[in-house]
Design a protein around this ligand. Structure first.
Ligand SMILES: [Mg+2]
Length: 238
């Protein structure tokens, strides 16, 4: 695909409108496809990956349920150029499932520490070149890559992908940031509302911050709409 088309999908050059934080409402549809191996699809275009929890994580979750008065701390991240980058040097996206490396060496250890500290670690990523369709090469590459990256880490991933050509969305939802649809879906999955989130200690890290060299400000606006503290990756990981 031409780089111009990719940038169009990502919304280059169109600063997102700053809005007040939105209230959380339940999506009308939740999951409409279970692909197995931890993969599910919501509203035809949002791919969700939940790694199998380890025994230790299962125990930690049970303990958390006992102390229900505790609010949920969320550590949320963008994916590309926030947690990982391509190994090959491909500018926008990796060209194969193994074409990735951590953006900073400290990333996996940091994600593990956050989970051990009781944070729900969530990833919200726009994947405009990934088509959600059975036997789609782009979806196969993406799901394989994510399993390689996150099978050892307690993180949950939400990816706003795109419909195959000539396919019309059943409910018209747009999950791409700065829309907050992925966040609302995550709350629904966790079985909590915004009032259950420890907003003071929760945060979002992303590289699309509207700086002069950034392709967009979608991460910053996403965090602002939810009401989360925002950091850029070099500020958070270095
Ligand atoms: Mg990014």
């Amino acid at each position: 695909m031409a780089s111009k088309s990719i940038l169009n999908i990502l919304g280059k050059g169109k600063p997102s409108k700053i809005q007040k934080p939105q209230s959380v409402s339940s999506p009308s549809r939740v999951l409409d496809l279970n692909l197995g191996d931890g993969w599910e699809v919501a509203s035809q275009t949002c791919l969700i990956y939940t790694p199998k929890p380890t025994r230790k994580e299962d125990e930690a979750r049970s303990e958390a349920q006992v102390s229900k008065d505790l609010k949920t701390k969320v550590a949320a991240f963008d994916l590309d150029h926030t947690l990982i980058k391509s190994k090959s040097g491909a500018k926008n996206f990796s060209i194969a499932p193994t074409d990735w490396k951590w953006l900073f060496p400290s990333v996996p250890q940091k994600l593990r520490e956050l989970a051990d500290q009781g944070f729900q670690v969530l990833i919200f990523t726009n994947q405009g070149v990934t088509v959600v369709k059975k036997d789609s090469k782009s979806m196969g590459n993406f799901t394989t890559k994510m399993q390689l990256i996150f099978c050892q880490l307690p993180v949950k991933l939400y990816a706003a992908c795109r419909l195959p050509k000539k396919t019309v969305s059943l409910d018209g939802k747009d999950f791409r940031k700065p829309s907050t649809e992925m966040w609302q879906l995550a709350l629904l999955h966790l079985g909590i509302s915004k009032d259950d989130i420890d907003m003071e200690n929760s945060f979002f890290v992303g590289d699309a911050a509207g700086r002069p060299d950034d392709f967009s400000d979608s991460d910053k606006v996403f965090a602002h709409r939810i009401g989360l503290t925002f950091h850029v990756p070099e500020e958070y990981f270095v």
